[in-house]
Design a protein around this ligand. Structure first.
Ligand code: SAM
Length: 210
């Protein structure tokens, strides 16, 4: 995938949209998210960030459930397609172009919803992903992730394991629940959903005090 700076990441993803090389595009929101929103209708409505939102299916689902959603993507074509989708459907949400890992947060959110961004970034960028998550999410906020448990090392998508996810996030987040969600047919049985709540004191602060 070449160099790691923001411009080359943007160029890489933009080229994939322009050439129509988008195997991740399933034409619908993540089935696991749809079920989550249906099954948890009592959740307090708040602000949600969907980083790496692509063409906006998941943003559309959150907006439909009454949340104040912001979809963020690094690729201008994804932004255009997501805005078109929301306009056509007359659903209100903000779509913004930003590098989730490297740009300052647009605001701090009650929720961050992850679906196929973690597996899209370079594995060496995973510590930067965690730091970014801590910048974009309020303390006490919720991180809901659909993770892709595949062995691939030659991504994107890059695989991960339950263990790696645990080691990365459990220092700053408490696990509320995890489950294997309904998936699109090509991903059946390989998705894992984790519902995390951010602790009020971060791992770094706790470590610094020791
Ligand atoms: C595999 S696609 C998934 C898109 C969408 N989540 C979906 O499931 O349809 C990964 C998306 O993340 C975006 N992306 C990659 N790196 C990013 C970054 N650092 N900040 C924001 N978006 C990024 C890409 O442009 C692309 O739209």
């Amino acid at each position: 995938m070449g160099m790691m700076d923001s411009d080359s990441q943007c160029g890489y993803w933009e080229a994939r949209y322009r050439s129509g090389d988008m195997p991740w595009e399933k034409g619908a929101a993540s089935p696991g998210l749809v079920d989550f929103l249906e099954g948890n209708s009592e959740l307090e409505r708040g602000t949600v960030c969907v980083p790496g939102c692509g063409t906006g299916h998941d943003v559309y689902a959150w907006a439909g459930a009454g949340f104040q959603v912001t979809g963020v993507d690094i690729a201008p074509s994804a932004i255009r397609l997501a805005r078109e989708r929301l306009r056509t459907a007359q659903r209100k949400a903000r779509i913004a172009r930003a590098d989730f890992l490297r740009n300052p947060p647009l605001q701090r959110f009650d929720w961050v919803f992850e679906h196929t961004l973690f597996c899209a970034i370079q594995p060496t960028d995973r510590p930067a992903y965690l730091k970014a998550l801590l910048r974009w999410l309020k303390t006490g906020g919720t991180y809901l992730a659909v993770n892709y448990l595949i062995p691939d090392q030659d991504g994107p998508p890059f695989g991960t394991t339950r263990q790696e996810l645990w080691e990365l996030f459990s220092g700053d987040f408490d696990l509320v629940m995890e489950w294997v969600p309904r998936s699109s047919p090509t991903r059946a049985g390989r998705d894992l959903m984790r519902w995390w709540r951010r602790r009020r004191k971060t791992h770094e602060k706790r470590l610094a005090r020791q």
